[in-house]
Write a protein that binds this ligand. Structure first.
Ligand SMILES: Nc1nc2c(ncn2[C@@H]2O[C@H](COP(=O)(O)OP(=O)(O)OP(=O)(O)O)[C@@H](O)[C@H]2O)c(=O)[nH]1
Ligand SMILES: [Mg+2]
Length: 369
């Protein structure tokens, strides 16, 4: 079955309405009463996540779909003018120059080999190729490295204002919902108010926050936190940091000191070093990621505020041009709006209307994925 057809089957419009009508409490009750199976519950849960992507990517979807439709109306036959205009649209969506070139080269090839002459017949191939290019790099570890047994330590870095604290709060909520014991470490001792902000999140989500006073050594906070986590049998310890890039030498020293302290107690920690980037800053987010990569190991990206940008193509640019997997995306301001990144959900979010409106899709329209 082609990729698009599978997506279409998964996200039928009528199914969406049905799913939206059920609340989480209702579904939980049904599960408890044995009215639905765990499989049915999980399917419902997956659908909900798909719709979160759809809602979070609304701005990007509108812009992207309008532009693609306009393009198809303006250029009816597949020729070099069309490809150049398409490149412009993709670059305007922050997909990233190299990725755009890769994508359009492959489209040129498909058009030639399959003798596609009308631009509207290329529409589905554009979507498929986006996913293909995303999934091609599958040597990158996509999943979040959470330990089955024992303590998982997650270090969170990123410049001011990108959404670190908010993301830490949402992550704490997520893991707590999954039944894990969560603790936070207030490693940003530099910025006034940072410790309190984290404490507010701790209260909101009802998890412990380990902190010292403002201006104290972040490594000392890590020492306290890691020992407290060990003693209390914590499953997930999430550490805030002051990720200032103004002075790379200082940042490197500070982070490596924090890591050393953590590794004395948990040698294979941190299990994740997540860099938080703000999707609305576009190419600037890419430069930040490059700069951070030079000073510390980054195992994954948390891309916040995707709901706030119409340029959702930035996900592809980060993945392909930096070689760092996007592990979480921020899709809104609610507690459950930080979701694990998933290419299928992402593409559904970007092209939902087109996928739902697609006429019977041709089985030969793409490879099985
Ligand atoms: N719409 C939207 N807003 C977000 C998202 N993530 C974070 N924000 C908002 O971004 C703003 C900054 O978030 P913070 O978590 O305080 O950012 P920070 O990186 O901790 O900032 P500093 O502590 O000042 O370095 C807040 O107003 C958040 O509500 C998201 O995914 N979507
Ligand atoms: Mg903060």
């Amino acid at each position: 079955m082609s990729f698009l057809k599978r997506l279409k089957d998964r996200f039928q419009p009528n199914k969406e309405k049905e799913a939206a009508e059920k609340s989480a409490e209702e579904q939980n009750e049904k599960l408890d009463d044995g009215l639905i199976s765990i499989e049915e519950f999980e399917e419902w849960e997956q659908e909900q996540i798909g719709y979160k992507f759809k809602a979070g990517l609304e701005k990007s979807r509108e812009k992207f779909q309008n532009e693609i439709n306009e393009l198809m109306a303006r250029y009816r036959t597949v020729d070099e003018d069309f490809f150049e205009a398409l490149e412009e649209v993709l670059i305007g969506a922050d997909v990233g120059f190299n990725t755009v070139m890769e994508l359009t080269d492959e489209l040129r090839h498909v058009a030639k080999v399959e003798n596609i002459t009308e631009t509207r017949d290329l529409k589905e191939t554009i979507v498929e190729k986006m996913v293909e290019i995303y999934e091609r790099n599958d040597d990158l570890p996509e999943t979040v490295n959470i330990q089955e047994d024992g303590l998982t330590v997650i270090l969170v870095v990123g410049v001011n204002g990108v959404g670190k604290t908010t993301s830490i709060g949402k992550l704490a909520y997520k893991y707590k919902q999954e039944g894990k014991n969560v603790m936070l470490a207030a490693g940003d001792t530099f910025r006034a108010g940072a410790i309190n902000q984290l404490k507010v999140w701790g209260e909101r989500v009802d998890v412990d926050v380990i902190s010292q006073s403002e201006g104290s050594d972040p490594a000392a906070v890590m020492f306290d936190a890691i020992n407290a986590a060990k003693k209390r049998g914590t499953d997930v310890l999430i550490c805030d940091t002051a990720g200032r890039l103004q002075n790379k030498g200082n940042l490197m020293n500070e982070l490596s000191k924090m890591k050393n302290v953590i590794q004395k107690t948990v040698p294979d920690a941190p299990h994740e070093s997540l860099l938080v980037l703000d999707a609305t800053t576009g190419q600037n987010a890419l430069s930040q990621a490059k700069a951070f990569k030079e000073v510390t190991d980054v195992s994954g990206i948390v891309l916040t505020k995707l709901d706030g940008t119409a340029k959702g193509g930035i996900v592809l640019a980060i993945r392909n041009e930096l070689g760092i997997p996007v592990k979480f995306v921020g899709l809104g301001e609610q507690l459950d709006d930080l979701q694990e990144f998933n290419a299928e959900n992402y593409v559904y979010g970007l092209f939902a209307d087109m996928i739902s409106n697609a006429e019977e899709l041709d089985d030969t329209g793409g490879d099985d994925v």
